[in-house]
Design a protein around this ligand. Structure first.
Ligand SMILES: [Zn+2]
Length: 489
């Protein structure tokens, strides 16, 4: 069955809750591990169905935020998802405190128990209205960004499609394109600041209600971090400052020399070669065909996986008006398949989607074949990127299929980018630690905070001539800061 034929129907919350309550009561009373697992399996089927519907709704809405039906459904899920979090929390408490706990540990992966503990610590009935408020703010930000119209050289771009112009080989074009993009942010500065300020406040309120001193602790729990804490991340930042920032500086110096510029300005950062960055050769259809060939040659499993993706049309790759920004991979457990969302814009990033997001999708596809407990399907945020980043590098030998005569340029760009990303990723993370440690900062103080940290981790930045960037607004472009705090690292 194709993605477009997957049937969406809003689950009736009261009915689902009734079913789950009955089963969870049975689970509580259960004194035999086999019957426990049978009941648990029924509960998981119901939860997977709810997840499938939530995921279908949000995917279709993100593809077209102007679709009135899915906009209403998106609003509905913003309201109802904390209620489902509540039913999950009840389930976790039953399992963690069950008299069969010892036997259950032999049947349910240990990660489940750890994740359940994390989830319990990050939820309470008393924060439901705050969670709803946060969801609404996230949707508001996503809709604002998805509707961006950037007038450039007589054509209308959105925040994704302008990407190809901001990396144009002509220096003047790049400069004007970035300025056009930043002009959109300037026009929406007040609203973006307002949304973010409310996000910080509501997150802090939730943390305080749960007994934490700041949102940071709650943020870590919500990311389901089982293996490391804020102290370790602070130490990691130090190592990045000591070792990677100087290495990245060498790369930026090399880049400036290669380009033959006296100074590497903010609009030069993303261009590696005077002849232009490597671009994928061919239409979206042709790139998918190249990926298909690659995945068949890579392994039997990846070949089978990619056939399913193509046959069931589990992609929405091209950038278009009213589509949300960024890229992601999600899954539909009822159908046991993943889905890839992205915004192709004609840069090498398009190929990275076919390796990176497909890496996530391959993990999801393989996991869904055998794993039935929803919590255990996803490798947690700590290890999720291992699958995607590895796939980017596994795919290297097949890059000539995508870049033809520009393959060597791609190799350089891809590896240099991986190194240059680390200080940036750490900066985004550090910024959020500061934001949530000082939730009452003014909007201007937040920008200064960003700019100061940016000078530390990305000392090469030269924003002369762009006031928005100079005053510390670069982070407006980083969706995770709004939608998924502490996502990086
Ligand atoms: Zn990823």
């Amino acid at each position: 069955m194709k993605f477009k034929e997957f049937k969406y129907e809003r689950p009736d919350y009261d009915q689902v809750k009734g079913q789950l309550d009955t089963l969870q009561n049975e689970l509580k009373e259960c004194s035999d591990v086999n019957s426990f697992m049978e009941i648990f399996d029924k509960i998981n089927q119901i939860r997977s169905h709810v997840q499938t519907m939530a995921s279908l709704s949000s995917t279709r809405y993100s593809i077209n935020t102007a679709d009135e039906f899915y906009e209403k459904e998106n609003d509905y899920w913003d309201e109802i998802s904390p209620m489902y979090a509540s039913t999950n929390s009840d389930l976790y408490k039953i399992i963690l405190n069950h008299k069969l706990r010892n036997e259950l540990e032999g049947r349910i992966p240990s990660a489940f128990f750890k994740l359940a503990e994390c989830a319990i610590k990050s939820f309470d009935e008393k924060i439901i209205s705050d969670m709803q408020e946060e969801n609404k703010l996230i949707s508001r930000q996503a809709k604002l960004y998805a509707g961006a119209k950037i007038d450039f050289e007589g054509k209308i771009y959105n925040l994704s499609s302008i990407g190809v112009k901001t990396t144009d080989k002509d220096r003047k074009t790049r400069e004007s394109a970035i300025q056009a993009k930043m002009k959109w942010f300037e026009e929406n500065e007040e609203e973006i600041d307002e949304i973010f300020d409310q996000m910080v406040k509501v997150r802090t309120t939730m943390a305080h209600k749960l007994g934490y001193s700041s949102f940071t602790e709650l943020g870590y729990l919500r990311m389901s971090r089982l293996d490391y804490n804020a102290d370790m991340v602070a130490n990691y930042r130090k190592q990045v400052l000591n070792f990677i920032v100087p290495a990245a500086k060498e790369l930026y110096d090399e880049q400036r020399e290669r380009l033959g510029y006296k100074e590497l300005r903010y609009f030069d950062e993303k261009i590696e070669f005077l002849s232009g960055n490597p671009k994928p050769k061919g239409t979206t259809e042709e790139l998918i065909q190249a990926a298909n060939k690659m995945y068949h040659e890579l392994s039997k499993e990846t070949g089978e996986f990619f056939d399913v993706m193509v046959e069931q049309e589990l992609f929405d790759l091209e950038s278009k008006p009213n589509k949300q920004g960024g890229g992601y991979c999600t899954d539909f457990p009822d159908y046991k398949v993943p889905f890839i969302f992205s915004n192709f814009n004609g840069t090498s990033g398009d190929v990275d989607v076919l390796t990176h997001e497909a890496g996530h999708a391959f993990q999801s596809y393989m996991s869904q074949k055998t794993i039935t407990i929803p919590e255990c399907m996803f490798p947690t945020m700590e290890s999720a990127e291992i699958h995607s980043m590895s796939m980017e590098f596994f795919a290297h030998p097949w890059m000539p299929y995508f870049f033809k005569e520009e393959t060597d340029k791609y190799y350089y760009l891809h590896v240099a980018d991986a190194m240059k990303f680390v200080p940036y990723g750490v900066l985004v993370d550090h910024f959020q630690h500061e934001i949530y440690a000082n939730p009452n900062c003014t909007k201007d103080e937040r920008k200064k905070m960003w700019r100061d940290l940016e000078k530390k981790y990305l000392p090469h930045k030269d924003y002369a001539g762009c006031d928005m960037l100079e005053k510390g607004c670069w982070w407006y472009q980083q969706g995770h800061i709004f939608q998924s705090p502490f996502y990086y690292i």
